[in-house]
Structures are given as C-alpha cells and as structure tokens.
Design a protein around this ligand. Structure first.
Ligand code: ASP
Length: 316
C-alpha cells in the first residue's frame, strides 16, 4: 500500500513579489481540493489531477483557462494534456478556444476518441459534439491579459517567453498536477494559455507527450512549465522519466534534465515529479515557481528557492 500524494505547480518564471501570495493561495487551494478527490474511494487518480488543474484554470492568478495570456491577435488559445500511468493513455488539446476547462476536454479526447491529440477547430468541433459548453472569447480574456499583451508589444519581446514579465506587469503561470494513489497508480495533467504575443496557431510544450508531461506507472509522473520551445527540444518530461528508470531519484532526475536544458538553450523552466515509489521532485531554474503538495494531513508549499511552508490540513 502506497501513501497517496498530490503535487501541483502554478508555473515557472520571473514572478513579481506582489503576485507571490495569490499564486501561493491558488496552489494551496488546488492541492487541498485535489487531495480530497484523491483519497475518495469512489474517485480515481485521474479525477484528482483533473480537479486540481480545473481549480487553477478558474483562478485568474494563473495562465490557464480564464486569465490565459493572449496571442498576437489578442485571442486566448490554450493547450492541455492529461495522462495516466497504467495503460499510458493520453488525451491532449492544442490551440483550443472558447472553453473554460481545456483539461477536461483533453480528458474527453483520452476517453472518447482513438486519438491522443486534437488541435484547433477540430478540438472545438469535438468539444461541441461532446456537449462541452462554449464560453465567449471575451469571457476568457481578462484586463490583466490585455495589459500584458500591450506590455509585450511595447517591449518588442513578442512570443518568446513572456508568460512572466518580472517586476513589471503581466506575470501569470501555467498549471500542472501529478499524483499517486494508494495502489501506486499515477496520473498527470498540465494546462496553459502558452506565451504572450505568440503567433496564432503556436503550440507549446504543454500538450506534447514527453515534453509538458508524461506518466508511466513503472517510473513516475511529470508536469513541466517554462520556455515551451526549449522544453520541447529537450523532451523534458520524458527525459526525467528515463532518468528515473535508470535509477535516479525524482529530485536529481528533475534537476539534471532542467539544468541541461537551461545550459544548452539559455532558457528557464521548472517541473514537478513523483516517482513510482512516491518520492517527490520539485525543481526550477527560473526565479520562482509556485508549488504545493499534500500527503496525509501535511500540506507543503513554496514559491522561492528554498521555501518549504508547512501547514496542517483541516479535518472535514
Ligand atoms: N510552457 C508553456 C508554453 O510555452 C508556458 C509556461 O509554462 O509558462 O506554452
């Protein structure tokens, strides 16, 4: 019997200090709700990661769902992936518009199609066929996202790695979750609005199996965040899984792959990892990354390097 564990992140980047608390609150909230689902005997590990990510998609502190960053045309286009480790089934969506919870659409792809990924208008057509409610494009766009795009335009730094504008306005964060249940079954989920000022149709690492996430019950589960083009080049999530298969710990595997990526590309990223034995890996070479995990009554969280805030979960 393993000890159930849920670990979430709220995006790696140069998060300004005034945005630290909303992100910490957001990841703590998501981990508590997700953990309740994880230990519910009637629910699955997939349900737990989906719920945790849905909560962060609803939270404007994060770059996912409502509050996503905007592409060059001022629109929200979102990417998401969900994967389970037993049969290694995957569902993902890319450049999808007008839905509030891309992660749930990704799950529908996993469970109701013979495909792994649906993109663009095809993903939206499938959403309509599955009865997923449509939200207006304006509903997804926040003032904060509009201001961020303006900042990006003024800085001339469009589409590079602007999900976090550092000490200025506009930082936001991709979201992700990894979990293991008491049977040792693993799952992962990642959801994002991508990078601010990206070209319409740009797809980042998030929905690509082995880049923005991967999961295999014989090794572990990973959700990544950061500079998408670099994460894709280094197949970050799969690289971490491979190192764990070769015997590396979750923490060292995560650190080694992310540092190799940063050294070669000059870009930063972060990832959260759980090994098949329930060990944790949390690492980021960006300035900050919000994360939280719960196991039993203990909730740990952090956002700066070296943080480990501990609180007790309130009994229901
Ligand atoms: N990896 C995401 C992307 O490039 C962005 C992020 O994680 O902040 O689409």
């Amino acid at each position: 019997m393993k000890r159930a564990l849920l670990l979430v992140h709220g995006g790696a980047g140069d998060i300004p200090v005034e945005r630290v608390q909303p992100k910490l609150d957001g990841v703590r909230n998501a981990v508590k709700e997700g953990y309740r689902v994880l230990i519910d005997p009637g629910k699955s590990v997939i349900d737990a990661v989906e719920v945790a990510v849905r909560i962060m998609e609803d939270d404007e502190a994060f770059n996912a769902g409502r509050g996503s960053v905007l592409n060059l045309d001022g629109e929200v286009e979102m990417d998401a992936i969900i994967m389970e480790g037993k049969k290694m089934k995957i569902g993902s969506v890319a450049a999808v518009k007008n839905v509030s919870h891309p992660i749930s659409l990704a799950r529908l792809v996993m469970e109701n199609t013979q495909h792994v990924m649906l993109a663009g208008s095809g993903a939206n057509k499938f959403a309509a066929e599955m009865g997923v409610p449509t939200v207006s494009p304006d509903w997804l766009v926040t003032d904060y996202a509009r201001e961020t795009l303006e900042m990006c335009r003024r800085s001339g730094d469009l589409g590079t790695y602007i999900t976090e504008l550092g000490a200025s306005i506009g930082e936001v964060g991709t979201v992700g979750a990894v979990a293991i249940d008491s049977n040792g079954h693993l799952a992962m989920a990642t959801s994002t609005g991508g990078t601010c000022g990206k070209m319409p149709g740009r797809v980042g690492d998030t929905p690509i199996p082995g880049s923005g996430g991967y999961c295999d019950d014989s090794a572990g589960a990973v959700s990544a965040t950061g500079h998408g083009e670099s994460i894709m080049r280094h197949c970050v999530a799969h690289g971490i899984i491979q190192k764990m298969k070769l015997g590396e710990s979750a923490q060292i595997a995560t650190q080694q792959v992310l540092d190799a990526m940063a050294e070669q590309t000059g870009e930063s990223a972060g990832a959260i990892t759980i090994s098949k034995d329930g060990e944790i890996g949390i690492y980021f070479n960006s300035r900050r990354m919000a994360w939280a995990y719960q196991q039993g009554d203990d909730i740990h969280s952090g956002i700066d390097h070296g943080d480990d805030f501990i609180e007790k979960a309130k009994c229901p």
